[in-house]
Design a protein around this ligand. Structure first.
Ligand code: HEM
Length: 216
């Protein structure tokens, strides 16, 4: 086994900041929704707005990083081996089967992760951000509001936004379970904290060879 550097500094910064912001947005958002009282409604709205602006700034930097480093290619979805990967999670994992996908520096995601993260990037996150922005623009129309946004469109934005929030929550629950399914229970978590992943000799060799090639 050798430690291979898989997650670079910005990758880890982006991952953990995004995770913290999304959890905080869920905490404050569901208070606004009326699910519980914690910060108090007015504070929850204020905190939700600040976290939302922070997330949007982070997204701009993340888009820049994805395109300048070529990392976006990791997320191109594929249906190859999706069934094998699903079979592994549903059956193989409980029989101590081998992981069907080998992780390398240039291909760190399995087919199921590619599909899920692609869906998050091009559907769930854009939907929650744009419906949230519509919500913001409507809520304060006294000064800079958009005239075309009436009460009916606010309702649609609110429902879509809440739906997006539930989808993100479902993702987080599945994600928390799946991070425990690496070589050891804590392997994936450690890798996203330190950047280094333990790989067996063969994988380590291919990962190092690949890392020396430039991602185009
Ligand atoms: C950049 C992203 C986001 C923006 C711009 C945004 C914006 C907003 C705004 C303006 C509101 C209404 C606040 C008010 O009533 O004054 C709201 C509500 C809410 N937000 Fe967000 N938000 C974002 C991300 C999120 C995320 C990531 C989640 C959860 C994971 C979330 C969950 C909620 C929920 C559940 C509500 C209450 C909806 C309702 O009951 O009508 N938001 N958001």
């Amino acid at each position: 086994m050798k430690r291979v550097y898989v997650y670079k500094a910005f990758n880890r910064f982006w991952h953990w900041t995004q995770a913290a912001l999304i959890l905080f947005l869920a905490l404050t958002g569901f208070e606004i929704h009326g699910s519980y009282t914690f910060f108090g409604f007015d504070n929850a709205v204020q905190y939700h707005n600040v976290a939302a602006y922070s997330l949007m700034i982070l997204i701009v930097f993340a888009i820049f990083w994805h395109f300048t480093t070529g990392e976006w290619k990791q997320y191109i979805p594929t249906f190859d081996n999706v069934k094998t990967q699903l079979n592994y999670y549903v059956f193989g994992i409980f029989k101590n089967a081998q992981h069907p996908t080998k992780k390398t520096v240039l291909s760190k995601l399995n087919p199921l992760q590619k599909l899920t993260y692609f869906g998050l990037k091009i559907l769930v996150i854009p939907v929650i951000v744009s419906s949230g922005l519509l919500y913001m623009l409507y809520r304060y129309p006294q000064r800079h509001g958009v005239e075309a946004l009436n009460i009916e469109s606010l309702e649609i934005a609110a429902v879509v936004h809440t739906l997006g929030a539930f989808l993100l929550l479902a993702f987080i629950i599945a994600h928390l379970y799946l991070i425990t399914t690496g070589e050891k229970v804590t392997s994936n978590l450690k890798a996203m904290i330190t950047g280094f992943e333990e790989m067996i000799h063969e994988e380590e060799k291919s990962a190092e060879n690949l890392s020396s090639q430039k991602i185009e």
